[in-house]
Write a protein that binds this ligand. Structure first.
Ligand code: ADQ
Length: 481
């Protein structure tokens, strides 16, 4: 069996029982254990001086190969082009996009350097699976180094509509680089459509669309033939349900229940990020208390949001804005024994989160844009089948393509979200159960093993890369930026 090589910006820290984080890390680590293989990426260290050295650790059938980044590389590749240009643009926030040519050069340079570090560790029959927007040029860099292996790519975040992507100055170089992969996976059909639209209308390429469920579409662009499809990432719903049930009697849940008295709980968990729609969400909770006075003192909203990328201005801004909003709303409505919004910055163990999800009457997941959103899937998985809560879900989360038992909202419609919260809080048991059962069946059918196996099946079935005649056409008719 050929080895699997996973490449991602960060290699998930692994403890005895497997990775601590959800979704991707768990699913990918499982696959690595089955086939044997390697996980390669940045260690998370930023070096002020010296020369980064690759560290290779064997743990059973899995090899972890990690390397630090020099400060300048971190600034340009990670903080700069990945998180100040690509992240906002791909989440439809062209207003927050910052672009700097030197950062883009750094992004390309670090991708090439990382690829060179990986090359000596590769064998001829390895299958390489690269993850996410930090590493769009990675296959191009491996190809330049002579690597002939099959290389797949999965984009965890949305692929934006062409008119938004055009706001990124080197959009064409990016999509050309993307076309060096053999198979590209997106979270949802709309992301795939956006990519195909760019290929046809901006890159002068061709798309042979496969019918739904018929495998990947064939793309011819920039002189290459490759394939692309949607592979919605999942979770392991039954494991989460077990964790949630076990944690139900644990201390954090008992404390939470004591704090709530008999009140209902609305709950959200996100990295603190402007794409997650937290400000709008806080305001919709305020609107509920405004418009439905009977809910005052009857419901609390728990928002868990650990800060990330705290060295970027846009992240400092959103943090300040949220602290202001939660203080203002609590100041307006709080009573001596009732705090409407509990806003917490901590990380929690998965088992604690799962148990808290089970306690919450409403899972309130309203990103402005999200590739998938695993929290929505984790919330549903954690519910008590006899007395499940209700998911309120943004139509702009990839998860909304699958979870049609949720109350689907538009996260900029504050009144609409407040109404959905009121509906969720008073939904009869029979309706909650019917919605829960439908969503749980979907989550079981498309769990994270299915996601990974479908991607790997299609990658292995992809004909090995060859040049196509389209090259000359595209290059000759090169579009202007
Ligand atoms: P994220 O933007 O990080 O992921 P999400 O899919 O919600 O968003 O995954 C976050 C994970 O971190 C979840 O498993 C959640 O339980 C966990 N988590 C969040 N806050 C936590 C806390 N305080 N303590 C402990 N755990 C916490 C990106 C894309 C998503 C896509 C995923 C996977 O932006 O759209 O769903 O990758 O492809």
């Amino acid at each position: 069996m050929s080895r699997l090589i996973i490449v991602s910006n960060r290699v998930a820290p692994i403890s005895e029982g497997g990775p601590a984080a959800g979704g991707l890390a768990v699913g990918v680590y499982d696959a690595l254990k089955e086939t044997g293989g390697m996980w390669f990426g940045w260690s998370g260290d930023v070096l002020a001086s010296g020369q980064p050295q690759i560290k290779v650790e064997e743990r059973g059938p899995v090899t972890f190969a990690t390397i630090g980044l020099m400060r300048r590389d971190y600034d340009q590749y990670y903080r700069g082009f990945s998180n100040a240009t690509l992240w906002p643009a791909f989440h439809y926030r062209a207003d927050l996009l910052q672009y700097n040519r030197h950062d883009f050069e750094g992004y390309g340079r670090v991708n090439a350097w990382l690829a060179q570090q990986l090359v000596p560790l590769l064998r001829d029959d390895d299958v390489i699976w690269v993850h996410d927007y930090h590493l769009i040029p990675f296959a191009q860099a491996l190809r330049a180094a002579g690597v002939k292996n099959r290389i797949g790519f999965f984009l965890h975040i949305p692929f934006p509509a062409s008119q938004v992507l055009l706001a990124v100055p080197p959009h064409r170089e990016l999509v050309e680089a993307l076309c060096s992969f053999d198979l590209i996976g997106f979270q949802t059909a709309p992301d795939l459509r956006a990519f195909c639209d760019y290929i046809v209308n901006e890159a002068n390429g061709e798309v042979d669309s496969a019918a739904q469920g018929e495998g990947p579409s064939t793309i011819r662009a920039f002189g290459r033939t490759l394939r692309a499809a949607a592979y919605p990432i999942g979770v392991y719903p039954d494991e989460i349900a077990e964790l949630a049930k076990a944690g139900d009697r644990g201390k954090p849940v008992r404390t939470m229940k004591k704090t709530l008295h008999e009140r209902k709980l609305v709950m959200s968990v996100d990295r603190l990020d402007y794409s997650k729609g937290l400000v709008e969400r806080f305001r919709a909770f305020e609107r509920l208390l405004d418009h439905v006075p009977a809910q005052r003192d009857k419901v609390s909203f728990l928002q868990i949001a650990p800060p990330t990328r705290a060295d970027l201005n846009t992240y400092q801004d959103i943090r300040l804005q949220l602290e202001g909003e939660s203080g203002r709303i609590n100041g307006r409505f709080a009573e001596l024994d009732w705090t409407p919004i509990l806003y917490i910055h901590r990380q929690y163990e998965r088992s604690v989160l799962a148990a808290l999800f089970r306690t919450a009457h409403v899972g309130y997941v309203t990103p402005l844009r999200d590739g998938m959103n695993l929290v929505a899937k984790e919330y549903v998985s954690a519910q008590d089948p006899d007395n499940p809560g209700v998911l309120v879900l943004s139509r702009f989360a990839g998860a909304a393509q699958e979870l049609d038992g949720a109350l689907i909202v538009n996260p900029v419609d504050i009144d609409g979200m407040a109404e959905a919260l009121a509906t969720a809080l008073s939904m009869p048991l029979a309706e909650r159960q019917a919605r829960y059962r439908g969503m749980m069946a979907q989550l079981r059918e498309n769990n994270v093993s299915v996601w990974r196996d479908n991607f790997m099946r299609d990658l292995k079935a992809t004909p090995v890369a060859k040049k196509s005649r389209a090259t000359r056409t595209v290059r000759a008719g090169r579009a202007t930026a």
